[in-house]
Design a protein around this ligand. Structure first.
Ligand code: B12
Ligand code: SF4
Length: 507
């Protein structure tokens, strides 16, 4: 069968820099590339692997062959390249159509479109919306009927209806070999604590839950769809054989939603001798049978990231996490999973809306005590501490409370580039009125002592001697609960310790 001729307009897809250390397969733009692979010539410019991405992009546009610029943007440091480069394209090549996708523009469409530099936003998965938009623009037909689109019609910001959730198995496979010709795959399959050549793989859309602090909720509205175990396995096997991959990071929001799928995948991957990691909910995996958990470990599941969030049941309810997950379960599960030798990585969010500094300090103190109990229950548990940063989940009780307390997001796109907002996105500096420097110091100092007393297993550069020394130096502080001014540990941290900070360096 003859394929239809490709469009004469090329598409440039840009992945702005998100990490200085670990470039991973740029799945967001690669999946968008897959959606137009049959109809358009495309190139990817990966900011993670380019020293001067703007020059490269401009050189492509100077050829006159391109009509579309697609950029993926998550909040935080990606904005540092996304904003000025999109602006520069608008100024130098006003005929290019600029399209943004990803969590930032989907959650903050007004500020993005009001800049005048972005023409369209894809609101959720771009796999259908993007090719449909390109066709409408090329054929000069109306795009108003395309689902999951946001644009400015001259008067106001228009959001079209959300598309039904796509079936992942129906989508085309990712064009890894074409990516390899642009950037060698070996540059993407880097070291991790699980292996020397780690794949970043995304196997499901969305999440079936509705935690009120989570940016996945407004995009997916409690829907989830996962690729079948067979498809995942086929892709992994291909990358193992062709590119020498030996470990997997699943970048799904919630990989473990279906026990059946996890077990099917575990059975397939067992013989491959590869370690893997993914993100989960405690209440979901706690329902897994002992047989499933034992099989998963045997099949290489080394560590699972769990959103524990808090030990306080009222807070868990407030964030819509509760009902199914509670403090006792978080502790019991840490104990239960120990027997399977799967390391639980618990993330906590500290600094929830509070009426006063005193209340915020009390909450932090209670969480610190709870984290200590988790460590007592299972010392292997890795702890990751985030500071609460609001996401605009309109209508949620949490976001209403946040607004009542005087919090608001920047009003101009370039204002998001201010260092304070970047730290906000990294959940380091929340800019929320109730979190005073005293509260932040309390959180950070505890984190320093905890991480020194229990050095992370995922820091592959730390020797046994270094681990024992750091832990020994921090031990008195930890045992006595004295966390203030941990300068000696911070100094050591600078030289030796590299805490596991997925928010900064990758998973
Ligand atoms: C990998 C990843 C990272 C990596 C980056 C990878 C690397 N090394 O290059 C690292 C670890 C650096 C990272 C860091 C951060 N991340 Co991040 N990250 C992810 C993760 C796990 C996967 C992204 C991915 O590849 N998805 C797979 C693709 C296929 O899905 P997708 O991105 O949604 O793309 C689809 C659509 O969105 C749309 N689309 C996306 N882009 C585009 C572009 C165009 C042109 C079009 C048409 C469509 C389109 O179409 C795509 C195909 O359907 C997501 C969670 C998730 N599961 O998506 C979080 C996620 C995006 N990250 C998030 C955040 C907040 C961050 C941080 C800012 C903070 C933090 N503490 O984690 C930091 C800072 C980022 C930085 N340094 O700039 C949040 C965003 C939420 C929000 N508040 O908006 C997410 C959703 C995690 C979460 N649940 O909180 N991250
Ligand atoms: S379970 Fe995780 S991904 Fe799902 S809504 Fe809650 S925080 Fe977001």
């Amino acid at each position: 069968m003859d394929l239809p001729p490709k469009s004469r307009h090329k598409v440039l897809l840009f992945n702005p820099r998100a990490t200085n250390y670990k470039a991973r397969i740029p799945n967001s733009v690669l999946q968008v590339a897959a959606s137009i692979d049959a109809t358009h010539e495309w190139v990817i410019v990966d900011g993670n692997l380019e020293d001067h991405p703007q020059e490269k992009i401009m050189a492509y546009f100077k050829t006159g062959e391109f009509k579309f610029f697609g950029c993926t943007v998550m909040p935080g440091p990606q904005l540092r390249q996304a904003v000025p480069i999109t602006k520069a394209i608008r100024q130098a090549f006003p005929e290019i159509i600029n399209i943004w996708g990803g969590y930032f523009p989907a959650n903050h469409p007004e500020v993005v479109l009001e800049s005048g530099w972005v023409d369209f936003i894809i609101n959720g998965p771009g796999d259908h919306a993007f090719p449909q938009l390109l066709t409408a623009l090329e054929q000069e037909t109306s795009f108003a009927g395309i689902q999951s689109l946001i644009y400015f019609d001259g008067m106001e910001v228009v959001k079209t209806a959300k598309a039904p959730l796509l079936r992942y198995d129906d989508l085309p496979g990712l064009p890894y070999d074409k990516l390899d010709r642009l950037y060698p795959m070996k540059r993407y399959l880097g070291k991790s604590f699980m292996g020397r050549h780690t794949i970043a793989y995304h196997s499901s859309f969305g999440c079936p839950f509705k935690c009120s602090f989570c940016a996945v909720v407004p995009i997916y509205e409690a829907r989830w769809n996962g690729k079948s175990a067979d498809k995942i396995y086929a892709d992994i096997k291909y990358m193992k054989e062709k590119y020498g991959a030996d470990a997997i990071e699943f970048h799904d929001n919630n990989f473990f939603v279906s026990e059946k799928r996890t077990v099917a995948f575990a059975k397939l991957i067992k013989e491959e001798n590869m370690q893997w990691w993914g993100e989960a909910r405690i209440d979901t995996v706690d329902k897994y049978s002992d047989e499933s958990l034992a099989l998963m470990r045997e099949a290489g599941c080394r560590m699972i990231f769990f959103g524990a969030e808090s030990g306080n049941d009222d807070l868990l309810d407030f964030m819509d996490k509760g009902g199914k997950q509670n403090g006792q379960q978080i502790l019991d599960f840490a104990t239960r999973i120990q027997q399977f030798d799967i390391i639980p990585e618990y993330s906590f969010v500290l600094g929830w809306p509070a009426a006063s500094e005193q209340e915020a300090l009390r909450q932090v103190e209670a969480e610190i005590n709870f984290i200590r109990k988790v460590k007592d229950a299972n010392p292997q548990t890795e702890i990751i501490i985030y500071v609460y940063s609001p996401v605009p989940t309109e209508g949620s009780e949490m976001f209403e409370k946040v607004k009542e307390q005087g919090f608001s997001f920047p009003q101009k796109l370039e204002d998001w580039l201010a260092p304070a907002w970047e730290s906000f996105d990294l959940r380091k500096n929340p800019l929320t009125p109730w979190l005073t420097p005293r509260v932040i110091d309390k959180i950070r100092n505890f984190e320093t002592v905890l991480n020194a007393y229990y050095p992370t297993v995922s820091d592959i550069k730390l020797s046994k001697f270094q681990r024992l020394s750091i832990s020994g130096i921090a031990s008195l502080r930890y045992k006595l609960g004295v966390y203030g001014y941990p300068y000696e540990l911070k100094a050591l941290q600078r030289f030796w310790l590299k805490y596991r900070q997925p928010e900064k360096e990758g998973f």
